[in-house]
Write a protein that binds this ligand. Structure first.
Ligand SMILES: Cc1cc2nc3c(=O)[nH]c(=O)nc-3n(C[C@H](O)[C@H](O)[C@H](O)COP(=O)(O)O)c2cc1C
Ligand code: SF4
Ligand code: SF4
Length: 322
């Protein structure tokens, strides 16, 4: 049996989980390949029996690079798949939509599992409700999940179809109100990201070029191409990663305007639905907070905690990663 995991991780939480799942599959079968979406561009799934797909949750769903990758696949004729993610406190839509997408592609989906991850998006309270996740307990669960998927795949192939779970239902929660508010505005909740060539060290530096998940940045072209619109980025799901990783401040965002917009039309509508959602998850025993709840202060965001550029340093890859 041959397995492969394809994942995207912007700030490392999903990568940690993906590596743990990979280890679990290997413990069971002795083999499991691991690729990022970017590395998997030319990947042929033909020789694989089991495919694991994962990403952080963005705007309730899989990241668009993973979605584009899945959509470009040929029909999978029942090949086994499973899905995983990491997230903050608004995980509702991901599996109900992704599992349907995978089934439409012809995969048989053997399971789904999610974990809390560090929330390093710039307008999140810092620390956040999920700070410290994924921890060792989460990673052990991820290894166990990998083992379970690897064990179940041959059993399903041998007609134990009762092991295939039903497609997850979509449940309404107050956090979905936040998504509605974002969709209603019709633009990136952060506003435009802009690029100032005079502050840029390219080609000595190419951090944003190498780390844009949508490959929207091409500084070899003249005029240089930056962002979803060629000269600015209006990535509707709210990615601001290049601003966070740029060491010189060449990429910027009008944070003050963004804050005003959110006070009247974003996540603080009718109170703070993210806070309410976190409280509910704690009550239900779903979220194991690793810090006192009182340490969460929405007036103190990730970008306030990291005022200097780069706000986030991209971690070095492990030697066994391509
Ligand atoms: C642009 C963006 C949108 C996000 N949207 C959601 C969301 O809808 N629901 C949620 O629970 N978390 C959301 N998050 C938080 C991430 O899912 C969470 O921090 C995740 O663990 C990050 O994984 P990574 O470190 O692998 O990139 C979002 C983060 C970013 C950057
Ligand atoms: S914000 Fe930056 S990193 Fe994110 S999609 Fe746009 S150009 Fe790429
Ligand atoms: S990260 Fe900043 S300095 Fe580096 S190439 Fe991008 S814009 Fe230029």
């Amino acid at each position: 049996m041959k397995s492969v995991l394809v994942y995207y991780s912007q700030t490392d939480s999903t990568r940690k989980v993906a590596r743990a799942i990979r280890d679990g599959v290997r413990e069971e079968t002795g083999q499991c390949d691991l690729f990022t979406v970017k590395q998997a561009k030319e990947l042929d799934l033909f020789g694989y029996d089991l495919v694991g797909l994962g990403s952080p949750i963005w705007m309730g769903a899989e990241t668009p690079n993973l979605r584009i990758w899945i959509d470009a696949l040929p029909h999978q004729s029942g090949r086994h798949a499973f899905a995983f993610n990491t997230h903050g406190v608004m995980p509702e839509l991901y599996f109900p939509s992704l599992v349907r997408r995978l089934e439409y592609k012809g995969f048989t989906v053997l399971g789904t599992r999610d974990w809390f991850g560090e929330a390093r998006f710039q307008t999140a309270a810092s620390p956040y409700y999920t700070t410290g996740h994924p921890d060792e307990v989460d990673l052990q669960e991820a290894r166990d999940f990998g083992r379970e998927m690897a064990r179940n795949s041959p059993r399903v192939a041998a007609s134990e179809t009762a092991l295939v779970p039903p497609v997850p239902e979509l449940a309404w929660t107050p956090q979905l109100q936040i998504l509605f508010e974002f969709f209603k505005t019709g633009h990136n909740p952060h506003g435009y990201m802009t690029y100032d060539r005079s502050k840029c060290n390219y080609p000595k530096c190419r951090i944003c070029v190498d780390n844009c998940l949508m490959q929207y940045i091409d500084f070899d072209k003249e005029p240089r191409r930056y962002g979803s619109c060629g000269d600015h980025c209006d990535m509707w799901m709210g990615c601001t990663f290049c601003e966070a990783v740029c060491p010189t401040g060449a990429i910027s965002c009008d944070w003050e305007a963004q804050e005003k917009r959110n006070v009247s039309g974003g996540f603080r509508v009718g109170g703070n639905a993210l806070h309410d959602g976190a409280l509910k998850m704690i009550e239900e025993g779903r979220l194991r907070m690793k810090l006192p709840l009182e340490s969460i202060d929405w007036g103190h965001q990730f970008r306030h905690e990291h005022p200097k550029h780069p706000r986030y340093k991209v971690p070095k890859k492990e030697p066994d990663e391509i």
